[in-house]
Design a protein. Structure first.
Length: 343
């Protein structure tokens, strides 16, 4: 079930009653929920991640958000995070935290959707959260980052900066990377660009060497702008762009500090996951059941923000670019979403 919702007008529905079942998880481990309603006291929150904060990207952003959540809610919450969780251990890790009394379990990434959806029915009083996947259940919410808007702006910037060939890199064939890549193409088309484009998957979200190899290959083929949705793999993309003096853009956080890319990173689309936490945390603190919904995380709802643009971007380009950003924000410019493979 899905609904179109606004930031403050979400259709919310909660788990009714407690169903205790025996679960045979895909990995062969068994759990029987012992969960009772959450006792009064601090709300325990954990962020679950697969890489490290050395990525200067996705994981660093979410650890920063975890710290912000602790600061925001003070002694009402206890916030922690765990890094470097192997993919085969994701569901088990989430269940372990639920058994330890954590009331909000935030899996950071599309890869967390299926593990958390598998665990959620057995812990009806726990709020599960994952990202990017357009699906949910009674006590599991998805923050659906609209990567197509980020990709679109990469395409717009590439055209405005005179790119003749754009390299489009996704980490892997998943909805978030594909919507980003197709968004780049939409941005180029919107601007009437005659630029050619190359597409490819690096094959990993956590391998800078693969990112650099693919970026260098594209640059050697003529790419003079690289658009990428690659997380930690992007460190290698930035390194390639720096070495070859090629423009690119960042995401999640201001990435001008990544691999020394500096001003060749013409701007970054910043995330505001705290808006989602401001929906979920107060709801639990008020003693309400967890929420199940899909949150549209986009410019219109305040989840995206443009960083300051690089001094390498001319004034007239900045003006036109920001006009397009404003058009996306106010809905006068629509960005289509396509999750079809880019390569």
């Amino acid at each position: 079930m899905s609904e179109k919702v606004s930031r403050r007008g979400y259709v919310k529905y909660a788990a009714a009653g407690v169903v205790v079942v025996a679960v045979a998880a895909g990995g062969g481990y068994y759990y029987r929920s012992r969960q009772a309603p959450r006792a009064p006291g601090k709300l325990k929150i954990v962020y679950l991640l697969n890489e490290t904060t050395d990525d200067m990207s996705w994981d660093l952003y979410y650890v920063t958000d975890a710290k912000w959540t602790q600061q925001r809610y003070g002694d009402k919450v206890e916030v922690t995070w765990q890094l470097l969780i192997p993919f085969p251990d994701m569901e088990k890790t989430a269940r372990d935290y639920a058994e330890k009394g954590y009331g909000l379990i935030h899996g950071c990434g599309v890869q967390w959707a299926d593990p958390l959806l598998a665990a959620a029915p057995d812990y009806p009083n726990v709020q599960f959260v994952f990202t990017c996947a357009p699906k949910h259940t009674r006590n599991a919410t998805s923050v659906v980052w609209r990567e197509e808007q980020m990709g679109f702006l990469n395409g717009v910037m590439a055209h405005l900066m005179g790119a003749k060939m754009v390299g489009i890199i996704g980490a892997s064939d998943v909805p978030c990377a594909n919507s980003f890549g197709n968004g780049v193409i939409s941005g180029l088309e919107y601007m009437g660009s005659k630029a050619e484009f190359l597409t490819g998957y690096a094959g990993s979200w956590g391998d800078p060497v693969k990112g650099k190899q693919l970026a260098i290959s594209m640059i050697n083929s003529g790419a003079d702008f690289i658009a990428h949705s690659t997380a930690m793999t992007g460190l290698g993309v930035f390194e390639a762009c720096k070495e070859r003096n090629v423009y690119t853009m960042g995401m999640y956080r201001d990435q001008r500090d990544a691999s020394g890319i500096g001003d060749l990173c013409l701007g970054s689309i910043l995330y505001h996951n705290e808006l989602a936490m401001d929906e979920l945390v107060p709801n639990l603190l008020a003693g309400n059941p967890p929420l199940g919904m899909e949150i549209p995380a986009d410019f219109q709802h305040g989840y995206f923000e443009m960083s300051e643009l690089s001094p390498l971007v001319p004034g007239d380009v900045k003006k036109k670019f920001m006009e397009i950003v404003d058009g996306i924000k106010n809905g006068t410019i629509g960005v289509p979403r396509s999750e079809k493979p880019i390569a």
